[in-house]
Design a protein around this ligand. Sequence first.
Ligand code: NAG
Ligand code: NAG
Length: 362
Amino acid sequence: MASEPTAVLLTGASGYLGGSLLVYLLHKFDLEFRNVKLFTLVRKAEQVDKVLQLGGNVNPLIGDVQDAERMKNLIIENFVSIVIETVDARQFAVAQPFIEALSVVKERHNVPVHFIHTSGAKMFSSHVGVDQSNFLNDDGEVYSTIAGLDTRHPVMKQFVSLNNQIIDFAEEKGVRSYIVAPPMVYGPGAGFGNKISIQIVALVRVARALGQLFQVDKTDTTWPLMHIDDQVALYATVLSNILQLKAPHGKDGFYFSENGTFSWRSLSLAIVNALRRQIGLDSTHKLLVATDEDLNAMATVLGCDVGMVPVSLAGNCSVHGNNARKLGWAPQHGVGHLMSNVDDEVAYIMKADSTFASKPKS
Ligand SMILES: *[C@@H]1O[C@H](CO)[C@@H](O)[C@H](O)[C@H]1NC(C)=O
Ligand SMILES: *[C@@H]1O[C@H](CO)[C@@H](O)[C@H](O)[C@H]1NC(C)=O
C-alpha cells in the first residue's frame, strides 16, 4: 500500500532563513524520495508566483501567522503533520494555534505530529543571565537551566521563558516540539525575499552612519556564528530525522548551531577596515569602548531602545550544538570563513540593504 505523503508546512518563506530553507528543500532534499508534500506560507498573493518561480514541488498558501484561525484551518484542511516555523516570533500566540491544530490532525488521522520553533542563541546567552563560565550543551540540561534563570534585562525577561512554554504546551497536546536556536547567521540568502541577516547588517549600518564602530561591552565578548547554508542544512537534518521519528524532541529537542565563536571586537574592526577600503570610510583604526552617548547614537541608527543595543551587537554566548551533529549534520564553514570573507559580506550587504540606496555617502 502506497502511504500518503507527509504534509509539511514551512512558514517565513519570504524571510532570510525561511527563504533559504525553502530553496534547499526544493532542490537538495528530494521531497519525493522522502514522501513529503511541501506547503509554504506567504503573506501576499504576489508572493505566490515568486514561490512557484523557484521551481520544484511546493504548494504556496496565503496567510499571516498572526491570524490564528486561518493558520488552524490551513493545517487541518491540508492534514499538515509537521510545521517548521522559521521566524523568531517571540510570541506564544503565534505558536499556540499551530500546536493546537497539529493536535487535531493527530487525533483525526492517528499520525505523529511535530512543531519546529525557531528561537535564537540570545535566549541562551549572557543577555538572559546564562552562566558563561561553562558551555551550555544542547544535549544537556537546557530546559532546567532556562527554567532556573533570573533574567534581569527588562526586555529579554519577557521572552526567556517562551521556549519552555512551547515545549510544555506541545507536550500537553501530544505534539513533538523542537527548538532551533540560530546564532549570528551570515552569508547570502537563497530565497526570493530578504537576502540578508540581521546582526552584521546592523554593524554595517552603524559604521556607515557614525563613521565608526565601538566595543559595546566593557571587555571583549564572543558569540557563535553560522553560515546560512549550514543553518538550513541543520533544519534539513532535523526534518529528515523527524520523518524517521529519530530526532530528540520536547525537553531533549534543543538544536543549537555553532561552528566556533567570533569576537565582536575583531569582527567590528574587520568591518570598519572593509568599509575603509570600499567606500573610504574615514575612521580611526582604534575601536573605542562605547560611551552612553555612543550607545544612544547607535540606538538612533538602529531604531531601537538604547537597552537593546548590547542585545543586538554584543554579549557572550557559549553554547555547543551536539544534537544535530549526532544526527549527521556537519557544518562546512567556521569563523575562519567569515573573517576571510568580511569584504565580500560587507559589499554584499551594501548592495542588498535598501536603506543604503537613499543614503549618499557622507
Ligand atoms: C564574557 O566572557 C568573558 C570571559 O569568560 C568574561 O570575562 C566577561 O565578563 C563576559 N562578559 C559578559 C558581558 O558576559
Ligand atoms: C567547522 O566545521 C568544519 C567541518 O565540520 C570543521 O572542519 C571545522 O573545524 C569547524 N570549525 C570550527 C571553528 O569549529
